[in-house]
Design a protein around this ligand. Sequence first.
Ligand SMILES: NC(=O)c1ccc[n+]([C@@H]2O[C@H](COP(=O)([O-])OP(=O)(O)OC[C@H]3O[C@@H](n4cnc5c(N)ncnc54)[C@H](O)[C@@H]3O)[C@@H](O)[C@H]2O)c1
Ligand SMILES: O=P(O)(O)OC[C@H](O)CO
Length: 365
Amino acid sequence: MENAEELFRVAVIGSGNWGSVAAKLIASNTVKQSMFHDEVRMWVFEETLPNGRKLSETINQENENVKYLPGIKLGSNVVADPDLLNSVKEVNMLVFVTPHQFVEGICKRLVGNIRPDAEAISLIKGMEVKTEGPCMISKLISEMLSVNCCVLMGANIANEIAVEKFSEATIGYRQDKEAAQRWARLFSTPYFLVSAVPDVEGVELCGTLKNVVAIAAGLVDGLDMGNNTKAAIMRIGLREMKAFSKLLFSSVKDSTFFESCGVADLITTCLGGRNRRVAEAFARSGGKRSFDELETELLQGQKLQGVSTAKEVYEVLRNRGWQSLFPLFTTVHEISIGLLPPTAIVEYSEHARNLNLLQGAVQLH
Ligand SMILES: NC(=O)c1ccc[n+]([C@@H]2O[C@H](COP(=O)([O-])OP(=O)(O)OC[C@H]3O[C@@H](n4cnc5c(N)ncnc54)[C@H](O)[C@@H]3O)[C@@H](O)[C@H]2O)c1
Ligand SMILES: O=P(O)(O)OC[C@H](O)CO
């Protein structure tokens, strides 16, 4: 902070389903806590609604995101703004919450246009794959904008938090514990319990990779395989999440997988998430309808992260010759591009062999 008495000003960059709930959570705190400026700006990727009105105008008039979070009041101190650069003016706490595929473009526009003392947090579950290797979204934000970037992930189906049902979340931070505590103060409410761990990569990889496992869980639902099969998929998936994370970053801690961002998010997403839902419909179509088509039909503008993340993970596996070590991740991608039928997710003989390999290759216990 340039001036010790200056209040922290927050902007939420993104206004989808989770972005809108994040704005609501934050707005309920900024009005109560004197360290924060009351107003919360929310950048809106502008669109015209079927009634001809602009989404941002409607949000400001009705205090509701009628497209991505209908029926929920955001708080009168949330101000929607379709102008990205204006939305971050004077802001020193930037909350990134868009589908991961749009972040790089957004950051390019923000370069040179944010406060030098700004700090960031990413609620985005996903990664990018560059020629030099995988790049987590928090690192992309941090490097492009020269800001410290924490992450917040957890068992957080947005529609449930919107109606204030109790849930937990995990902040991952690198060194700046004070910043992590400030983020925790900004997000915590009696129904949204936030804790912080010094493991950015572990927290972010949990949130990212569980979306691939959720696609697998949706496939077994669509094949009517039952609960035992789904539990097996979740167990194998968790094991691959942990092995992949530790191979990429030796600093990732085992304990992170027992936080909300780990096993809890995996469970909620595999039971009730959008990735699961669309994958179920894909399997029920026998793989004949594409994920893109089903996403458009079922989610009405909301975005899946699991299919693109499976592709990104697959690229990493292929580049490093690790495919046979990660049969579930590999199979999800090959099913999603039509190389294998949906039933391949439960053809286990090869998986079992490969899981033994995995145990030998990676220190799992
Ligand atoms: N929805 C949830 O329950 C939930 C919970 C936790 C984390 N997340 C994560 O939060 C992130 C954001 O998800 P969400 O649910 O808020 O979004 P969403 O899927 O509901 O909405 C899609 C958003 O993308 C915007 N968009 C479309 N095209 C764009 C473009 N070209 N450039 C920029 N924006 C564009 C839309 O306007 C909309 O705001 C994702 O990484 C997701 O995995 C979601
Ligand atoms: O609806 P999904 O599958 O995008 O998952 C939502 C959240 O990530 C659950 O924590």
